[in-house]
Design a protein around this ligand. Structure first.
Ligand code: NAP
Length: 544
């Protein structure tokens, strides 16, 4: 393609060969565009290429944690479980890449270290770590919203003699942890998945916990032939359910009743009946749990009682369970567990309360020192979370029309238009960027990529060179997102370092990162925008 007489290497360059990269290839190639997806990983998979820690599995149920553009693929692929493990999900992505002949569009083992908009030519130039440069008309980030590790600044981290790494950088060659003493710093969703698996063979597993979580049971189960048939016979309805659900999942919502209006006995019965694993006990019980503090207290107390019942030692149970008085359910994203709480009933699995009892002091050559003890380890895992939503976009310079980087632009507020476009960054799209919903990601990713494709099709059809995201549209979406956010209990996340508000970072203040107005409403907004010709964007012809 030629823009302003200038040749570009590709119509579209995207970063990230996870679900976003695969969806971009499918939809944009279908629109007749040349696409190159770069990824620094050695395989497709995105988050599933990196998070190789034992026990890693999806928290969405398998049959809707997938791309839906091909009915044939949905019928051909068979999941083995309710929640597939990391490897199975990555295998699925390889299957998609194989079946759809996507590999020629994917360049692995290639890290992009710089991306710059060239104002005069209206094109983007990206630079790889090896110094190669590529140009494109449209630049798309599919780098993921929970992909940039948050490495804590703990004294002595470089002193430890054994392996010490972030959970999302688990050694690819595998690590022989059988018979080893493992220390884990952090007690979020990653740790909750990791502990039961590590505990099977490790000599000991010790979790250093600051804030306890509301932990929901996954209730894993195998995929049976009957269940698979039921799913495959009803895939259209399942896909539609995800598209119409507030969190993009194949659940029913709204359920049409409030916890606060339901008599106690009936309320308990409804919670109990929906204690069937996944997020169903929150999303399929009552509509007011995430906005009304009293309703939230009811759900929180139900979950806390369920958690404590699984831990034999009452003191330990008290430490593992959160308290509504400290923070409400969903102010932090609740983990799903596969035997985490029961693991603490075993003698070789330990919890250290680093919030009140014995704060962390330092990492030493041989372990972790708190104010009270020194714990000896062979391996230390930093399960300390991620710079969510913006982290990957801030990790290297992405410069827009003014020369400012995204990181500079987002010092105090991560303004964005519908999570897909950013003012002063022409011809750039973000898949599930800041102020997009937090939802079943393949659903959101596909909806974003469809919108992006329609936008590029309009540009090409009508002969435009540049689109400029309008600042007033960004201000309006940011204000709308903030207004809704303030009406939810997720707004309390800043009290407990929630990544959902960027409150786990030291370098930037907490902010509104997520649109909580319902993923379904958000998808409607994207569709309306496309139908109306993308009023959030200003289209231009160079030299016109
Ligand atoms: P996380 O939920 O942010 O948890 C990080 C943990 O590290 C927290 O317990 C935090 O304590 C602790 N921590 C951070 N810095 C620390 C420090 N300097 N000293 C001591 N403790 C520190 O991170 P995550 O567990 O990796 O999960 C992040 C998100 O990734 C999840 O919420 C989820 O959305 C996604 N995820 C998804 C899946 C899945 O779908 N299958 C699996 C894993 C993760 P505080 O809470 O006190 O700050």
């Amino acid at each position: 393609m030629s823009t302003n007489g200038k040749k570009v290497d590709f119509d579209v360059i995207g970063i990230g060969a996870g679900f976003a990269g695969l969806a971009l290839i499918h939809y944009l190639r279908g629109a007749g565009l040349s696409v190159r997806i770069f990824d620094r990983a050695s395989d497709v998979g995105g988050t599933w290429a990196w998070n190789r820690y034992p026990g890693a599995a999806t928290d969405s149920e398998s049959y809707y944690y997938c791309l839906t553009f091909s009915k044939e693929l949905l019928q051909q692929w068979s999941w083995t479980k309710r929640y597939p493990g990391r490897q199975e999900t990555q295998d699925y992505m390889r299957f998609v890449a194989d079946k759809c002949d996507m590999w020629p569009h994917i360049q692995l083992n290639t890290e992009i270290v710089d991306a710059e908009y060239q104002v005069d030519d209206g094109i983007w130039q990206v630079t790889t770590a090896a110094g190669d440069r590529f140009t494109c008309k449209y630049f798309v980030s599919g780098m993921g919203m929970i992909s940039e590790p948050l490495i804590p600044n703990i004294k002595g981290m470089d002193q430890f003699k054994g392996p010490l790494f972030h959970s999302s950088r688990w050694p690819k060659e595998g690590l022989d942890y059988a018979g080893k003493r493992i220390g884990i710093i952090g007690a979020g969703a990653t740790t909750v998945q990791m502990v039961p698996e590590l505990a099977k063979t490790a000599a000991s597993v010790t979790v250093f916990q600051r804030t306890p979580n509301y932990i929901l049971p996954a209730m894993q189960k195998p995929m049976t032939p009957e269940w698979e048939k039921e799913i495959k016979d009803n895939y259209d309805a399942i896909v539609a359910k995800c598209r119409n659900h507030v969190f993009g999942m194949a659940f029913d919502s709204p359920v049409g009743r409030n916890a606060v209006d339901t008599p106690e006995e009936e309320r308990q019965r409804i919670f109990e009946e929906n204690w069937t694993g996944s997020f169903r006990c929150v999303f399929e019980t009552f509509d007011d749990l995430l906005a009304n503090p009293e309703a939230n207290r009811m759900a929180s107390e139900f979950i806390i009682a369920k958690m404590k019942a699984r831990v034999k030692d009452p003191k330990l149970a008290d430490l593992l369970a959160p308290s509504f008085d400290d923070y409400p359910l969903f102010a932090k994203r609740p983990p799903l567990d596969h035997g985490y709480l029961e693991a603490f009933n075993e003698d070789h699995v330990h919890l250290v309360d680093i919030k009140d009892a014995e704060p962390l002091v330092e990492i030493t050559e041989t372990g972790v020192r708190t104010t009270r003890n020194h714990y000896e380890f062979d391996i230390i895992v930093l399960a300390t979370g991620f710079n969510a939503y913006t982290g990957a976009l801030e990790a290297f310079p992405i410069r827009g029309a003014t020369g400012q980087t995204l990181s500079e632009k987002w010092r105090t507020s991560s303004d964005c238009i519908m999570g897909v476009c950013v003012s002063d960054f022409p011809n750039m799209f973000v898949v599930t960027g800041p102020q997009a919903p937090f939802a079943n990601l393949p659903t959101s990713i596909e909806q974003n990529v469809i919108w992006i494709t329609h936008c590029i099709e309009k540009m090409e059809r009508e002969g435009y060179d540049i689109f400029k995201p309008r600042r007033e549209a960004e201000e309006a979406w940011t204000a709308h997102t903030a207004e809704i956010h303030a009406q939810t209990l997720m707004a309390e996340g800043h009290k407990v370092n929630s990544w959902m508000m960027g409150a786990n970072r030291q370098d930037k203040p907490p902010r509104v990162l997520i649109y909580f107005g319902g993923a379904n409403n958000y998808y409607d907004t994207l569709d309306k925008s496309a139908a109306e010709g993308f009023p959030e964007l200003e289209f231009e012809k160079l030299g016109a």
